[in-house]
Design a protein around this ligand. Structure first.
Ligand code: ZN
Length: 165
């Protein structure tokens, strides 16, 4: 177990379509344990395997309501509704934010670390995070949806001065 290095935008790993996970073995469990440790250390809401240089379809997403992390293996979006526009950031693009429009509610189907299928759903930040992390597995990033990174003034408007202190 241990921290893994988070690759930044410009790294080839972030532009590749990841392969499905087929072996639910100790190696996958170690990867997920390491990703969890790396994500918690970074204080992020989500992390996808390609962000630690592994081109496999797995990611971790925080449930905004429970503040618990979900491990998603081979996830896919099976339903979505509505629309929300808000600031979004990425651990692979440190310190930057952009406005992205996403579905307001999303349901995903995925496997757990032992291969069991389950469904999970979320709205707000959780829905945003599902979309953001799943996009990483196809080599896409949120910057493809924005026309500029938010300025300091815009950030203050969205997050308030308290959060920046
Ligand atoms: Zn990201």
């Amino acid at each position: 177990m241990g921290l893994r290095k988070i690759v930044e935008q410009g790294d080839d790993c972030l532009t590749k379509v990841c392969r499905p996970v087929t072996d639910f073995n100790a190696r996958l469990h170690t990867l997920l344990d390491d990703m969890m440790e790396t994500l918690q250390e970074a204080g992020g809401a989500g992390l996808a395997a390609p962000q630690v240089g592994v081109l496999r379809r797995t990611c971790i997403v925080m449930d905004e309501d429970t503040e618990e992390y979900m491990e998603l293996v081979n996830p896919e979006i099976v339903a979505q509704e509505g629309e929300q526009t808000g600031p979004e950031g990425c651990l692979s693009i440190p310190g930057k934010w952009g406005l992205v429009t996403r579905p307001a509610w999303v349901r995903v189907r995925a496997q757990d670390r032992d291969g069991n299928w389950f469904e999970a759903e979320g709205e707000g930040l959780t829905a945003r995070c599902f979309c953001h992390e799943l996009e990483h597995l196809d080599g896409h990033m949120y910057t493809e949806h924005i026309d500029h990174f938010l300025t300091d003034e815009e950030l203050e408007e969205y997050f308030g001065e308290d959060e920046n202190a």
